[in-house]
Design a protein around this ligand. Structure first.
Ligand code: GDP
Length: 294
């Protein structure tokens, strides 16, 4: 994960290591390299500029206060700023209502169905009684896929293969959950290959009808700035609560992870790092920052 970024950042910071102290000149050179490492990683340009400006100011501000080696001081500052950039504290999902409803949105292929299965498994392990709902009315294969995942993790899957009304399917599922004592309903929705108006209207209507306590937007982190732009479009229409970044196991650059919180102003809540049901993690900005710095 993020190997290219890690490599370039470490090379940039190395130029400060072994230097006696931090000066305007050696910091300027390092900052330039850090900024390049970030833009090469497909971090949004303004985000890269703002964070490197802050790192420079902090480094120059603290240079006389702390008697540590400049490289170490600089790494600490970069770590702090990367953590802030990715949202600071880890953010929980909102589980409210009886049943609590979680709506899963995103483009086709982003990893929604896989994530729905993982989330169901994660919540089940916390002792919660979960129902998965297949509300993808366009891809019959998506229903089967969710059923397989449900079976794998031991969570019931609700589907109506003949029904082409996603709102109805979700409402029927919620009614069933109430009747059978399920406490959380996870609604996996249809995704198209690109953002289109019909899709947006459909998911907006679904959200209005079922009033989820948490709406999660799932996006493939390997798509970099496209991921950020898609997140922006979805957020304008859906006002979602959090982002799920998928396929981090294949993302050498990390641009989406580093830009999305600042550009969209919604926290990343989970990261997905593989196809297996266990490959799900709560997102901790500080741990990710440490990982990026190796
Ligand atoms: P959906 O169309 O949004 O429901 O996407 P799917 O859940 O069907 O996922 C699309 C493809 O990506 C499938 O082949 C998944 O196995 C794969 N996938 C999903 N999440 C991850 C992940 O975190 N890492 C990797 N490597 N593959 C993933």
């Amino acid at each position: 994960m993020f190997e290219n970024l890690q490599d370039k950042l470490n090379k940039a910071i190395k130029t400060l290591k072994g230097q006696g102290r931090i000066t305007e000149i050696n910091v300027a050179a390092t900052i330039k390299e850090v900024r390049r490492a970030l833009t090469d990683a497909d971090v949004n340009y303004k985000v890269a500029k703002d964070i490197t400006d802050r790192i420079r100011d902090k480094a120059l501000d603290r240079k006389v206060l702390i008697s540590v080696e400049p490289g170490q001081l600089f790494v600490k500052i970069v770590q702090e700023e990367l953590t802030e950039l990715m949202g600071g504290e880890a953010q929980n999902i909102n589980i409210k209502g009886d049943p609590a409803i979680i709506l899963i949105a995103g483009l086709q292929g982003s990893g929604k169905t896989t994530f729905s299965g993982k989330l169901a498994s994660y919540l089940k392990k916390q002792g919660r009684n979960v129902l998965l709902v297949a509300a993808d009315i366009y891809r019959p294969a998506a229903i089967d896929q969710l059923k397989v995942l449900g079976e794998q993790v031991g969570v019931e899957v609700y589907a109506e293969p003949e029904n082409k009304n996603a709102v109805q399917i979700a409402q029927n599922a919620i009614a069933l959950a109430r009747k059978t004592g399920k406490k959380i309903v996870i609604v996996d929705t249809a995704g198209r290959l690109a953002v289109d108006e019909a899709m947006m209207q459909e998911i907006e209507a679904l959200k209005r009808a079922i009033a989820p306590s948490e709406t999660l937007f799932v996006v493939d982190s390997m798509t970099g700035q496209d991921a950020v732009n898609t997140a922006k479009t979805f957020n304008e229409r859906l006002n979602f609560d959090g982002v799920v970044l998928t396929k981090l196991d294949g993302d050498a650059r990390g641009g989406a992870a580093l830009s999305i919180k600042t550009v969209v102003n919604k926290p990343i809540k989970f990261i997905s790092t593989g196809e297996k049901m266990e490959a799900l993690d709560v997102f901790y900005p500080d741990r990710m920052a440490s990982r990026i710095l190796g």
